[in-house]
Ligand binder design. Structure first.
Ligand SMILES: CC(C)(COP(=O)(O)OP(=O)(O)OC[C@H]1O[C@@H](n2cnc3c(N)ncnc32)[C@H](O)[C@@H]1OP(=O)(O)O)[C@@H](O)C(=O)NCCC(=O)NCCS
Length: 180
């Protein structure tokens, strides 16, 4: 399966909302939330696409917190496409973009007990920085941060990229330096 990574456009809002529903159920973003994110120049969404089907996306936010902090607003992979390193590639590309933009750290929130996401974020150097009591419809969440994105964080990303490339037999270059 050949995967391409491509920036989402306004007309992708229904597709993203469908994918979100599959992944987050009642907590999914509606189409309008994706539309407003896609219109916002400080939010960037990248999708993984194969055979014309969108299999996952990462939504980065470059305005939400302190100026030196970028955020992963959302990340999801279609249930039938999980376990194939798509989530990892999407996250890596979002983090590399934040690093290229000069951010010092990346923040995100994850529901406590969401093991696949927690493990993925830990693998990419995120550490817990706060308890978000009742944040997810009454269920607790964890705030996590990847720190020192221009130093040790960048080194970890380079290492993870290398490991991924070895596993996958090469991964596409970064979206902002090479056309998808
Ligand atoms: C989290 C999510 C994006 C991972 O996507 P994925 O494409 O299936 O994950 P990958 O194949 O890229 O796996 C990469 C890493 O994630 C972690 N991981 C993924 N699935 C896992 C699982 N079932 N159990 C434990 N760890 C898992 C592992 O660290 C894995 O690395 P490894 O294979 O070297 O152990 C996906 O499970 C998803 O969309 N979940 C629902 C939405 C969600 O929770 N999003 C995060 C919101 S904060």
């Amino acid at each position: 399966m050949k995967i391409s990574f491509t920036p989402a456009r306004l007309q992708d809002a229904p597709t993203l909302a469908r994918l979100d529903k599959e992944s987050f159920g009642a907590m999914a973003w509606p189409e309008d939330s994706f539309r407003s994110a896609l219109r916002n120049p400080l939010q960037e969404t990248e999708m993984a696409v194969a055979d014309g089907k969108t299999l996952g996306y990462v939504l980065m936010n470059y305005q939400r917190e302190a100026p030196s902090t970028a955020c992963v607003d959302s990340l999801a992979v279609s249930p039938d496409a999980r376990g194939q390193k798509l989530g990892e590639q999407l996250l890596l590309r979002g983090l590399e973009t934040a690093a290229n933009k000069g951010f010092q750290e990346v923040q995100l929130e994850v529901e406590k007990g969401n093991a696949p996401a927690e493990k993925l974020y830990e693998k990419y150097g995120f550490v817990p920085t706060g308890l978000l009591s009742g944040y997810y419809n009454g269920k607790d969440g964890t705030q996590m941060k990847l720190k020192d994105l221009q130093g040790t964080g960048a080194q970890l990303l380079a290492q993870r990229r290398q490991e991924l490339a070895e596993k996958l037999g090469g991964i596409p270059s970064h979206i902002f330096t090479t056309a998808p």
